[in-house]
Design a protein around this ligand. Sequence first.
Ligand SMILES: *Cc1c(COP(=O)(O)O)cnc(C)c1O
Ligand SMILES: [Zn+2]
Length: 413
Amino acid sequence: MMKADKKLMLKCRECGEEYPPTVNYVCRECFGPLDVTYDYDSLRLRKDFFSNRPKNLWRYLELLPICDPSKIVDLGAGLTPLHKSDRLAKLLGLRDLFLKNDTVNPTFSFKDRPASVGVSKAIEFGIKTVGCASTGNLAAAVAAHAARAGLPSYVFIPADTEPNKVIQAQLYGANLVAVDGTYDEINRLCTQIAEIYSWGFVNINLRPYYVEGSKTLAYEVCEQLGWEPPDHVIVPTASGAMLCAISKGFKELRRVGLIEERGIKISAAQPEGCAPIVSAFRSNSSEIVPVERPQTIAKSLAIGDPGDGFYALKEVRESKGVAESATDEEIVNGIKLLAETEGIFTEPAGGVAVAVLKKLVDQGRIDADERVVCYITGNGLKASEAVSTFAPRLIRIKPELSSFLSRVGGMAA
Ligand SMILES: *Cc1c(COP(=O)(O)O)cnc(C)c1O
Ligand SMILES: [Zn+2]
C-alpha cells in the first residue's frame, strides 16, 4: 500500500538531541524521554486519500513508526465509532457532544492501539519475546497481539487487578505475573528486567514507538468529524501517555495540513483517589507530587507517579484545557449516566471522563456551544464489579402469566 522508505528519528523531548530509531527510550545526554519524529515535509497527505484505506488504525501508516508493513500485527484495533450524543448532550446542556467509543476495540480498551504498534515494532526489531507493565488493560492488549503474532509474552499486573482482566490476559496465553505492589513498583521492576533480558517491554524500552499508536485517537476524531477538529477533548489520564499522544496527533495533523491551525483544548480527567496531575494543576505548580497509595475504583488510572505527568500537565495548560478529578461516587454516576442515556457501558476510566465532563459543564468551564469529544477508553464488562452493587434490583418471577402480571404488569400500566 505505502512506501517503506520512511525517515524515522528518535528525538529527545528535553534537549532535542536526535538518535537513530533503535531500541532506545532515554536520551544519553540528559536522560529525557525520546519521541519518534517523521520527515513531515516529505509527507503528501490529502483528505481524499483515506476513503479506501484499512478500517483500523493502520489507515494512518505514514504517521506510524513501522517501516515494513509485513511486520504489522493487526487485530483490527482503531477506527472505533465516534458517537454523536443526543440524550447525554441535552441532559448536560451541550449542543455538540461526541463520544469516542473505544470500548469496542479487539480486547475492549484503547490499549489495543499502542499494543498493536508496540508489538509490530518489536517484530520489526526481531525481538522474540514481548512484555509490559500494566494497570490491567495493557496486559490483555499485549497478550492478544502477541498471540496473533505467535510470540511469547510476559505481562505484569498488580495482584488486585479486576478478575475479568486477569482471566482475559491468561486466556490469550500470556505468562501473567501478578505482583504484590503498586503499578509504580511494577514499572520499576520491569525496567530492571528489561535491562537484563532482551525482551521488548512495549511501554518501557519500546515506549517511543508504542505511544505512537494512541495518536490515532486524535486522527480518527478529526477524520470522523470531516477534518473539522473539536474545540475541546476530555481525556481520562493515568501516566499521561495517551493525553500527550493525542496532543501530538493534533499537532501533526496541523503540520501536514489536514486540519487548520486552531486551538484544541485538552482536559485531563483523573480519579480523586489518584490525581497527581490535577493536584499540580490546582496548585499552579509544574511539579507532580506522586501519590503513594492510590485509592480508587478506576484501577486502570491508578498510577501514582505518572511517567508523562509533567508533560501532560504542560499540554493541558498550553492548550487552555483544565485538569479535574471525580470521586468514586461521581465515577459510578458517570458510568450509569452514560449507559442510561447513550447505551455505552464503560469501565470506571470512562466514568471518570463523563463525570469530569459533567463537572466542567456545571462549573461553566465548558461552553454550551463548544464541540466536545469525550474519550471512553475501556469496556464496562472488564470491571463490572465496580458497579454491580449499584445495579437496580432484579425483578424475579415464576414462568406464569399471573406472576408477570402481579410483579411487572402493574408497574408498566
Ligand atoms: C491506561 C488507560 C488509561 C490511561 O492511559 P495513560 O496513557 O496511562 O494516561 C485510560 N483509560 C483506560 C481504560 C486505560 O486502560
Ligand atoms: Zn536529551
